[in-house]
Design a protein around this ligand. Structure first.
Ligand SMILES: Nc1ncnc2c1ncn2[C@@H]1O[C@H](COP(=O)(O)OP(=O)(O)OP(=O)(O)O)[C@@H](O)[C@H]1O
Ligand SMILES: [Mg+2]
Length: 253
């Protein structure tokens, strides 16, 4: 399913400048779009618009021509929120299974046990969220998004609270999952290297009103993005270009 954002205008009453002022982009079917941008640039707002949680003031968002609110009902969109939003009275395992228990039964990407294994949560599955570390909670959150078999996956800083080692391991695992499915994914992250490692395309947002200040298509196939690629000139060069864009933006802004 491709996501079409067409001439979207969105302002919050509390802020004088609109966040989006005629913003247009397309995320193609099966593509992984990574979005980088300064804090407060509107990344979460864009995901909320695509998920149908908030509506644009003007313009439209559709997925294969269908409105986002309709798709949300069909559970075609899975959204891992920036704040994890886990149910505090449910264990890690119950939180992961939760999307399967509401509404109609949906096909799954893996059974709960597989997801627990994949997320490295074996042994912690009976613990409540307040008994989990920040990184573990994030992994539960991610597992919960992956368990339904969505067509569009929205990830808002899904690896933010993880230590560097766990983060890299999960990056590779998630990369494999995304490669094996035909999920259309939008990944918001602060981490330039993570964006390049996972994205088919990396987009940099300016401060509001949002402009796309840089867009790079990553040509290396996902299956070839291994630890050797991370040390290649090609990878380093892309990261450098993006970092420079950030620094110039900061300087301007
Ligand atoms: N519900 C809201 N009401 C009013 N202002 C809001 C609301 N949600 C977001 N904003 C404002 O809109 C701007 C963009 O917020 P948003 O959360 O989309 O940024 P972000 O790029 O996700 O930032 P971060 O990287 O810090 O998560 C910010 O200035 C924020 O204060
Ligand atoms: Mg955000």
């Amino acid at each position: 399913m491709s996501v079409v954002v067409n001439q979207v205008i969105k302002a919050y009453a509390e802020i004088d400048r609109p966040i989006f002022d005629g913003f247009t982009t397309t995320v193609f079917k099966g593509e992984i779009l990574a979005i980088l941008g300064p804090s407060g640039s509107g990344k979460t707002t864009l995901l909320n618009l695509i998920a149908g949680i908030i509506s644009p003031d003007r313009g439209s968002i559709s997925i294969n021509g269908i409105s986002t609110s309709q798709l949300q009902k069909q559970k075609k969109i899975a959204y891992a929120f920036q704040e994890d939003g886990l149910l505090p009275w449910k264990t890690a395992e119950q939180n992961i299974e939760w999307p399967l228990t509401i509404g109609s039964k949906t096909p799954t990407l893996g059974n709960p046990q597989e997801i627990i294994e994949l997320m490295g949560l074996r042994g912690a599955e009976k613990q409540l969220p307040n008994e989990l570390s920040g990184g573990m909670r994030q992994r539960v959150n991610l597992g919960r998004a992956l368990i339904t078999y969505p067509e569009v996956l929205l990830l808002d800083e899904p690896f933010g609270a993880l230590d560097a080692f766990t983060r890299l391991r999960l990056n590779f695992d998630v990369s494999r999952i995304l490669r094996e499915s035909s999920l259309t994914t939008i990944l918001v992250t602060h981490d330039i290297e993570e964006a390049v490692l996972l994205g088919d395309r990396v987009m940099v947002f300016s401060a509001p009103p949002v402009r796309i200040t840089k867009e790079i298509i990553i040509k290396t196939r996902l299956e070839d993005r291994n630890q050797f690629w991370l040390e290649s000139d090609n990878f380093r060069d892309i990261v450098k270009q993006l970092r420079e864009k950030f620094l110039i933006q900061d300087h301007e802004g």
